[in-house]
Design a protein around this ligand. Structure first.
Ligand SMILES: [Zn+2]
Length: 223
């Protein structure tokens, strides 16, 4: 754990003590997801992992799922991630089967930029990747990193940046090449929190293809 991470976690713990939690479903004070909302939410949920270009556990239009994801991401509230994981866990065996059938050998998170990671203290995609890796019994490989972009570029959307720069925001993490050589995966599962246009994951997959690695995509939610 870096000092930054420890500090962020420390502040989150302090926040728990100072500020009450509110339900992401009904805003009632007490828990991140109250018992009533949890029960309704579970009964509403499908247990079918959605398939399309991306395998996804849910939709971003689901206000409870969105509330839990953003509470975790922006308020560093691990309780939200714990609730979300419990709810998504039943779909894991299907992902396990699909990943096995697709020949997935490892799980690769789509990384945040170093600056973003430092600001936030953790990388949501990495934590999701670790949870999925444990669920499908494959290792996590940190093969990618985000190239440095200046402030102006960081303001743009990733689509605009790709178009503007004719360049890819990701590169292969040189320090991890040795790991890859030991492992040599040809199929990996690329992991991110939310799928919106797919531009980010396609850019990441493009970089992996240059190393002879094919990708399948999985996100917690689809926008
Ligand atoms: Zn509630």
């Amino acid at each position: 754990m870096t000092t930054g991470t420890a500090l962020t976690r420390g502040m989150a713990l302090l926040g728990d003590a100072l500020f009450p939690r509110f339900c992401v479903g009904c805003t009632r004070e007490g828990k991140i997801l109250c018992d009533v909302c949890n029960e309704v939410w579970i009964s509403m949920s499908t247990t079918q992992l959605r398939t399309s270009e991306v395998w996804t556990f849910g939709v971003y239009a689901d206000p409870v799922l969105r509330g839990l994801l953003t509470t975790w991401k922006y308020h560093f509230d691990d309780t939200a991630w714990a609730v979300l994981r419990r709810r998504l866990q039943p779909q894991m065996s299907l992902l396990h089967l699909r990943a096995a059938m697709a020949g997935v050998e490892a799980v690769v998170p789509v990384p945040l930029s170093r600056r973003r990671r430092a600001e936030r203290g953790f990388d949501q995609a990495v934590e999701i990747a670790e949870w999925i890796a444990a669920g499908i019994h494959r290792p996590v490989l940190h093969l990618l990193e985000r190239k440095h972009v200046d402030g102006h570029q960081a303001e743009r959307t990733i689509d605009e940046r790709i178009t503007a720069m004719h360049d890819n925001p990701f590169s292969i993490k040189a320090s991890k090449m040795a790991d890859r050589q030991k492992m040599k995966p040809t199929h990996v599962l690329l992991v991110d929190d939310v799928w919106t246009t797919g531009a980010t994951m396609h850019a990441a997959a493009e970089v992996l293809v240059t190393q002879g690695i094919g990708s399948h995509f999985v996100t917690v939610a689809k926008g």
